[in-house]
Design a protein around this ligand. Structure first.
Ligand code: ATP
Length: 206
């Protein structure tokens, strides 16, 4: 089973890294791929170029077995739609289960994603929650796909919705960018190697 963890990673931080590692271990994934977004369709375009966000991610996971960075969204023109990313992964991975991980905040907006129903044609969707909290009512479409059995994720290659509890650290990339802009030290919120990169390239200094 392969996990996909998308985001802008502007910059990557321990909130992303800790949850990615936890879901990899709990669900016994063979690999989790962090997929930086070139051009997010649903939010403002990040000022830091995608190649730099990718390099920060690579530094963050360089030593971590089973965690790797996937650059396919950087090599595609136009908005980075997750459904296109999953279709291209599906072509590569044949019938292997693919798990798309989204945070509870991202899941709340899932039904606004481009061709969102088709995400389930290529992957399972796994929502990373804190203390089992699922947000509001699920639509019929999502309810039909909901499973409480992790074995369903292994038995089928796509099509299920699953909620997984994780330790959510209260860290956000926005708060890190603000700290740096205010000349405060962001240490202990993200890897030192990434902080070094940010300093060398003078990022987020506004
Ligand atoms: P920003 O503050 O710029 O919005 P962010 O820190 O929320 O950024 P993104 O790159 O937008 O990070 O998030 C990518 C994915 O990581 C999303 O699915 C999001 O829900 C999840 N995520 C972000 N922060 C955390 C965190 N502290 N713990 C767990 N998951 C997180």
């Amino acid at each position: 089973m392969i996990g996909i963890y998308g985001g802008t990673f502007n910059p990557v931080h321990y909130g992303h890294l800790r949850t990615a590692l936890e879901v990899k271990q709990i669900l016994a994934l063979d690999e989790i791929r962090l997929v930086p977004c070139r051009m997010p369709p649903h939010r403002e375009h990040p000022e830091v170029p995608a190649e730099m966000r990718l390099q920060m991610l690579q530094m963050a996971v360089a030593e971590v077995p089973g965690m790797r960075v996937d650059r396919r969204e950087l090599d595609r023109d136009g908005p980075s739609y997750m459904v296109d990313t999953l279709a291209s992964l599906r072509r590569e991975l044949s019938a292997q289960p693919i798990l798309l991980f989204v945070g509870a905040d991202a899941f709340a907006g899932l039904e606004k994603w481009h061709k969102w129903r088709h995400l389930f044609d290529y992957a399972h969707v796994v929502v990373m929650t804190r203390s089992g909290h699922r947000g509001g009512e699920l639509s019929d479409f999502l309810n039909r796909r909901l499973t409480e059995q992790p074995e369903d994720l292994r038995r089928n290659s796509c099509g299920c919705l699953y909620f997984q509890n994780v330790t959510r650290l209260e860290i956000s990339a926005t708060a890190i960018r603000e700290l740096i802009a205010n000349e405060m030290d962001p240490r202990f919120l993200l890897p030192d190697a990434v902080i070094g990169y940010i300093r060398r390239h003078n990022l987020y200094r506004s």
